[in-house]
Every structure is written in structure tokens, then in C-alpha cells.
Design a protein around this ligand. Structure first.
Ligand SMILES: [Mn+2]
Length: 255
């Protein structure tokens, strides 16, 4: 398990927003969700300077050399508009969109991150990530993640006709969501593993804030007197996000 420290942290200042787990897909329900997200982005467009997308933005994403998945036109149009206003984007890939390659970097100038990464934001040390695979005891998941991240395997998958590739992905994604929603015990275990990671991290390096997604629960947890763990929640149920402006940090959304 790696504990990246703040020696080479990326430093930024200003109005910063964080959101995750939109789980956009090519369905009517997702279109409704997409419009809600676009309205939210529209509402913050006059003062947002940095936008962090903390993963699982798409329920499944796979980009081919000449082709990207259908849909998401309004979302992309809004991102393009924000880019024109010089908003900086930071895209952390999640377990559902780990196969993001260079499309978002090239089209929207996004910086892509695949691991928890240290930032110094408005003077505070923040460790930011999607938040999956933080439990080193979860060997099964970490192995699957390694297999899926292997370049050769990605190339093999890319050789499948898109119709098969997306059918397989849809089946896997729905299965994983079913097992996640039915096992409350697992949810609490996941919470404990995030807290374990944070405590271990703090033994290695000081930090002020830990900001993750993935859990689909908006959370603000005091780790101790000076350290806080925020979870951005999701847009399937909570429409939640983290807002960091001159007034401080606020977790917004439907709880
Ligand atoms: Mn996730």
C-alpha cells in the first residue's frame, strides 16, 4: 500500500468543488440524472475555479482509438463551457471508469489521476482519491483491479466488438451494484477500511483532509481534532457534492 506524501503535492487555490459517482449510462434514468448534474454545474459556473471528479462518473467507460461511447452530450457541452471559463478539471478514475484513457485529457484538458494523490488546497493538505481498494487486506479486489489495469488485458478487451464489450460491462456493473446494495454489513466494513487507511496514512505523513467518493454516502467525519474525512456521496440518491469557497468547506446535497 502506498502512502504518497505532500513533498510533491499539487498546490492550488480558489473555489473548488468535488463530486463523484454520477454513474452515467445510456438509459432514460441516467438522462434525467445527467440533466440534474448539468443544472448543478450551470449553477456553480460563475465562481467554480477547480472541479474534481472523483470517479465512477460513468457506469462504464471504454474508449477506442476512433470511437467513444454514445450519449452524455449535455454533460460534455457543459464541461466544454466551463473549460472556456478556464475551470481546471481533475478526473480521478474509479472502479467503473478505470478505463478512461486520454479522451478527457485531450477534449477538456483534464488532468487524470489513478491513485490517491496529495494536493495542497487553500493551504490545507488534502489526500484525494476515488476511494476504492484502500483496504490492503482486500486481496481479491486488489488482484481484480490489477488484472483490469493490465495494458495487455485492456487491449484484449478492446478487441471485442463494442456490442459485446458493453453487454459484458453492463452485466458486471449491475451485479456489483446489487451485491453492494444488499449487503449492509459490507458497507460498514468498507467504512472501517477507509478509516483504517486514514489512520495508517497519518502515521506515515500528516494531513488535514481526506476526500474520497465511491461509498455513495455523503460523509463528514472528524478523524481527530485537526483531521476530517469527507465523502462526496453520489448522484444516484444524494445529489451531493463538496463545496470549498471563502466561506469554508460545506457538504451539500440530499442526505
Ligand atoms: Mn466506485
Amino acid at each position: 500500500m502506498e502512502f504518497p506524501d505532500f513533498q510533491h503535492a499539487i498546490t492550488l487555490e480558489g473555489n473548488v468543488y468535488f463530486a463523484s459517482d454520477f454513474h452515467l449510462e445510456n438509459t432514460p434514468e441516467s438522462r434525467v440524472r445527467e440533466e440534474e448534474i448539468v443544472r448543478w454545474l450551470d449553477g456553480i459556473s460563475d465562481h467554480v475555479q477547480h472541479l474534481f471528479l472523483l470517479g465512477d462518473i460513468f457506469d462504464f467507460w471504454f474508449e477506442y482509438k476512433d470511437v467513444v461511447p454514445r450519449g452524455y452530450y449535455s454533460f460534455f457541452a457543459k464541461l466544454a463551457e466551463l473549460k472556456k471559463k478556464n475551470v481546471e478539471f481533475y478526473y480521478f478514475t474509479g472502479n467503473h471508469d478505470m478505463w478512461v484513457k486520454d479522451y478527457f485529457a485531450k477534449e477538456f484538458g483534464m488532468r487524470i489521476f489513478r491513485q490517491p494523490t496529495p494536493f495542497i488546497i487553500n493551504g490545507k493538505r488534502c489526500l484525494i482519491g476515488h476511494g476504492d481498494g484502500l483496504d490492503k487486506r482486500d486481496k481479491g479486489y486488489l488482484l481484480i483491479k490489477r488484472i483490469f489495469n493490465c495494458r495487455f488485458n485492456i487491449a484484449l478487451y478492446g478487441a471485442l466488438p463494442p456490442r459485446w464489450a458493453f453487454a459484458i460491462a453492463r452485466a458486471c456493473s449491475h451485479k456489483s451494484r446489487q451485491s453492494n446494495s444488499s449487503k449492509k454489513k459490507k458497507l460498514n466494513q468498507n467504512e472501517a477500511s477507509v478509516m483504517n487507511y486514514i489512520h495508517e496514512y497519518l502515521q506515515h505523513s500528516p494531513a488535514d483532509y481526506f476526500i474520497f467518493g465511491h461509498r455513495h454516502r455523503p460523509l463528514e467525519i472528524s478523524v481527530n481534532d485537526t483531521v476530517t474525512y469527507y465523502n462526496t456521496g453520489d448522484w444516484l440518491f444524494h445529489k451531493s457534492y463538496l463545496k470549498w469557497t471563502e466561506g469554508g468547506i460545506e457538504l451539500k446535497g440530499e442526505n
